[in-house]
Structure formats: C-alpha cells, structure tokens
Design a protein around this ligand. Structure first.
Ligand code: GDP
Length: 531
C-alpha cells in the first residue's frame, strides 16, 4: 500500500520483520505454522508442531534443547506472501526465557499479539506487551480460537483497551462463536469470510458484498445472527475508533482480527494486514546516530547467539538483524568490537525448516553467521563505520546460585564453559572478587537446570549448583573515584561479570538503598546495555 511512496529501495520496502507475542497456549505455534503454510514455506500443517509440543514439559524441553536443529531453524523464518517478504523471528514461549524474548523484540519492527478469545489478556501477554510498548512497536492483534466458546466481542476489545491502554480498532468482526462461529465480517474491505470446518488447512471462502445491507448476506447467515451482526457492527463503528495507520505505527492503536488459527481462519487477512500496514524496516538506533534502512552500506547487530548447534563441532550461530544496506555473501565486514575484518562466507538464511546459504540479504532480514565465539550479543558488523547499536538490554538476574565443577580439577574447564554460555546469553556469570568459584544468575529457575544439563552434555562436565548468599546483582557505574572508594569498602560484595564489568551482589534491597544514600556518585542499575 505505502510502497509507492516509500523512499526505500523496493527490496527493502517489501520486508516485514516481526515477532509473535502470546501467553503460552494461546496459539502462537499454530499461527506460525499457518503463516509458513500460506507463505509456501511448508507443504503441510504439522511440520513445526514438534516445537510447540516439545515445550510442554521440562524433560521434553531438554530433549528439544539437545535436538538443537529444531529450535534453531525456528529462531528466524523467512517466506514470501504476495509481494512481501516476511521475516518472522521466534520468541521463546517459556516465561523463564524472557530475557531472550526481550532481545528478540529489539530485532523486529512489529509484533503480532495473539490472545485466546476465551481468556483475553493473560499475564504473559501483558508482560510482553509492555516490552513492545517500551520500544513503541506497532502491534497487530489476533484473537484466536473463535471456533470455541469465546467471550463477547465488545468485552474482549474493552479488556485489551483497558488492560493495555491501547486503542483497538476492529479489522474484522466475528459472526457467532463456538459451534455457531460462521466466520467474520471484514470491516476493512466489506467482505464476508466464511470458515470451512471440513478442511482445516483450507482458506476461508470470501464472499464479496456491497456492505451490511447487501441481501446476499442472508444467503450465508441465519436471520437472527445477521440481525445481531448488523447491530453489533453499527455499535462498533460508533464506539470504536476507525483504523488510523499513523497511530498504529506509533504504537497507540492496534487493529484486531478474529479467527481460528487451527482452522486456518482469519490468518490470511492478518497476513495481508501485516503486509499492507507494515511497517517496513525501521531506522535502528546506534550510539553515534540513527541508521536508516535505505542507507547504501551494510550494518547489522547481533541480537542472539546460539552455541553448540552441532555437537560434532563447537560452532555457534550469531543471529544478525541487518539494519541497513544490501548484503552479499562473501562480503568483508568490520567486527566493530574487535575492529577486525570478518569475511562472511557462509551466512545462513532461515527458510522455514531448512537452513540455507544466504547469497544476499537486505535491511530488515535476519541472517545467521556461524563463528567460533567472536560474535557476541550486541556486537555490530559494518562496512567500516564504528557503530554501536543501542537498546539491547541485559537484565540483572533474579536468581543466583554458586556453581562448582563436580571434579575440582576441572575448574578451568568450567570457567570456559560458563563464559560460552554467558556469551550466548543463557546465564549471567559473576566472578566474586574474593574467593574462587563462580556465581551464575538467571531470570527463571528452569534455566539453572537447562544450564547444568547442557554443561554436562556439551562439555562432559558434571556440575553442582548450591544456593548463594546473594539474591540480587546490580551493575556498578559512575564517577571513577567514587566507584573505586565504593569497591574497596565493599570487597565482599563485588564481582565482575563475563564482560569484566563491575557488579554489586547483595541479598537486601536495604543494601542497594544504602549505597544510593552513601555513594551519591555511584549508580547501581538492574539493566545494562550490550554494545
Ligand atoms: P502456543 O503455546 O501459543 O504455541 O499454542 P499452540 O499453537 O501450541 O496451541 C495451543 C493449543 O491450542 C493446541 O492444542 C492447539 O491445537 C490449540 N489451538 C490453537 N489454535 C486453535 C484454534 O483456533 N482453535 C482451537 N479450538 N484450538 C486451537
């Protein structure tokens, strides 16, 4: 729609890079699968199910983690839909991995929020929504499972508006729900979309009509339901704001579609919305300046690192969001942190289930670069300019434990393994300034188990985790002399993280407040920018 007026090169303007946010069970996996189906990336529904199912239990989760192929290829998926190229970046569904999710959201330009029509806005939806809001990400809403008994449409919309403080504009309106769900009235195009219950992979039948007064409606909708539909839409048009693309793009309005992912219903309409409303690849913020997507030179940043994807060789894949330019395979880029050149000869593009060698990529795309550990989260790759992309957060862990090698002789090996996991972002690793040993910090308890299991499986190193005397970690910054005075007076609380940055460990909020009082020139923060 806006491509005629876009100042971006056509290849960039057609890109849509987004993530799906949802509370577990709302239907994210099912929707992803239908996206891939309609994007021609898979032939049959059921191929990405393994991922959704695998997440259900802890042991299954571990199995999935060991079978790295599945989760990795699903980390970023590219496919075409009409004139558009979609890059769907997967967010880990488990709440224990929220930090990963936050970072993923720094790599996208928009998010699709899936809610369950019977449950409305749930806890995880709200959390993820707040992260999107911090970045003013445009959000498209999909109200799923309308084939089941759902809440009243007005009630759902009200709940989103009130709970998330965002204006909601209906793009479609459901006709009945549960067993009586017939389909939707498309408010944007004045069309009737009818769900096919017989074949779940079939796209809905579209009936063109000339508006709500069209007598053709009566051929498809029973009289009482039609009467209700007309009343509801009249009311909705009166009470709810019409869709305003500018407000959507600034993140203050979300269009909502109703559908049933499992029945492939409403999905194409949502995809059309993503394509038409956008946004196209957005400028990315670096400490030095904004980097517009249409800029000639290639620049990108690492937002995720996945280590040990292949047990036979210790490779890792760094996931890069291209911020600008046209990348071609074999290009020599500068790794900004080390200032060293890096020939990118075997980049990977994620086409649904298969990894494929990327011959080229454009701003907005996600490419994977296999490497031996040079690339870390937050790193920039450019054609020479020293850019530092900002906004990729690292969060203070909420749980801390001491970690030891089962065999004390293997302490050095443990250090190496820990550093690798820290770089991957799987855990924070702190080295206390007094004593030996390490403290690991995570956001959710499950991460401890996954970490211990991966160290054992991938490094052959059994480890012991024990409770730590500390419960909180804060990064230390501020005036150099004040920091030095603070550090020497609090040695037993000081550690360094895996990047060598100073950290204050404590078990009491009172301690943190005391520092603020006693050392006004020192600041303790719960997040740190990775760059
Ligand atoms: P996720 O946890 O958000 O990835 O959710 P899934 O896609 O795995 O779906 C959770 C459950 O809801 C699965 O059993 C799906 O089969 C089911 N489901 C997904 N979409 C629909 C739908 O439109 N209607 C119904 N009735 N069930 C659905």
């Amino acid at each position: 729609m806006q491509n005629q007026t876009s100042p971006l090169p056509a290849e960039i303007a057609r890109r849509r890079t987004f993530a799906i946010i949802a509370h577990p069970d709302a239907g994210k996996t099912t929707l992803t699968e239908k996206f891939l189906l309609f994007g021609g990336a898979i032939q049959m529904a059921g191929q990405v199910r393994a991922k959704g199912e695998a997440r259900r239990t802890r042991s299954d989760f571990m199995k999935m983690e060991q079978d790295r192929g599945i989760s990795v290829s699903a980390s970023a998926m590219s496919f075409d839909f009409g004139q558009f190229r979609f890059n769907l970046v997967d967010t880990p569904g488990h709440s224990d991995f929220s930090e990963d999710t936050y970072r993923t959201l720094t790599a996208v330009d928009a998010a699709v929020m899936v809610i369950d029509g019977a449950k409305g806005v749930e806890s995880q939806t709200r959390k993820l929504f707040e992260v999107c809001r911090l970045r003013d990400l445009p959000i498209l809403t999909f109200c799923n499972k309308m084939d089941r008994e759902a809440r009243d449409t007005f009630e759902i919309i009200d709940e989103i508006q009130e709970n998330l403080a965002i204006d909601v504009s209906p793009a479609s309106w459901p006709i009945g729900s549960g067993r009586d769900f017939l389909g939707c009235y498309d408010l944007l195009h004045d069309r009737l979309e009818l769900m096919d219950r017989a074949d779940r992979n079939r796209v809905a039948e579209t009936v063109s009509i000339s508006g709500l007064d069209d007598p053709k409606l009566a051929e498809h909708i029973p009289t009482d339901m039609l009467k209700k539909l007309r009343e509801e839409i009249e009311m909705a048009r009166e009470l709810m704001p019409a869709f305003d693309r500018e407000r959507f793009l600034e993140g203050s309005m979300t269009p909502i579609w109703f559908g049933s992912a499992i029945n492939s219903f409403g999905v194409k309409e949502l995809m059309t919305g993503i394509g038409e409303f956008g946004p196209e690849p957005q400028p990315q913020k670096a400490a030095e300046r904004m980097v517009p997507a249409g800029e000639g030179k290639v620049a990108g940043f690492v937002f995720k690192v996945q280590a040990n994807m292949d047990a036979r060789h210790r490779d890792r894949v760094a996931f890069i969001r291209l911020a600008s330019g046209h990348f071609e395979r074999g290009m020599k880029l500068i790794h900004v942190r080390s200032k060293k050149p890096m020939a990118v000869t075997n980049p990977v593009l994620f086409l649904a289930a298969d990894r494929e060698l990327a011959e080229e990529a454009w701003a907005g795309d996600i490419i994977g670069i296999p490497n031996h550990g040079q690339l870390r989260i937050g790193d920039a790759l450019t054609e020479g300019e020293m850019l530092h992309f900002t906004g990729i957060p690292s969060f203070a862990p909420e749980l801390l434990q001491n970690i030891r090698a089962g065999d004390p002789m293997k302490a050095k090996h443990l250090e190496k393994a820990l550093m690798q996991f820290a770089e991957e972002g799987a855990a924070k690793v702190f080295k206390p300034s007094i004593g030996s040993g390490f403290i690991v910090g995570v956001v959710g308890a499950l991460q401890f188990e996954v970490l211990a299991s991966r160290i054992e499986v991938e490094y052959g190193l059994p480890v012991r985790l024990e409770s730590s005397q500390f419960t909180s970690a804060r990064w230390v910054s501020g005036d150099k002399d004040a920091v030095e005075a603070f550090v020497s007076a609090n040695k037993q609380h000081i550690a360094t993280d895996n990047d060598g940055d100073l950290v204050f460990l404590t078990r009491l909020q009172w301690d943190i407040d005391r520092v603020a009082r006693d050392y006004p020139k020192v600041s303790l923060t719960a997040t740190k920018e990775m760059m």
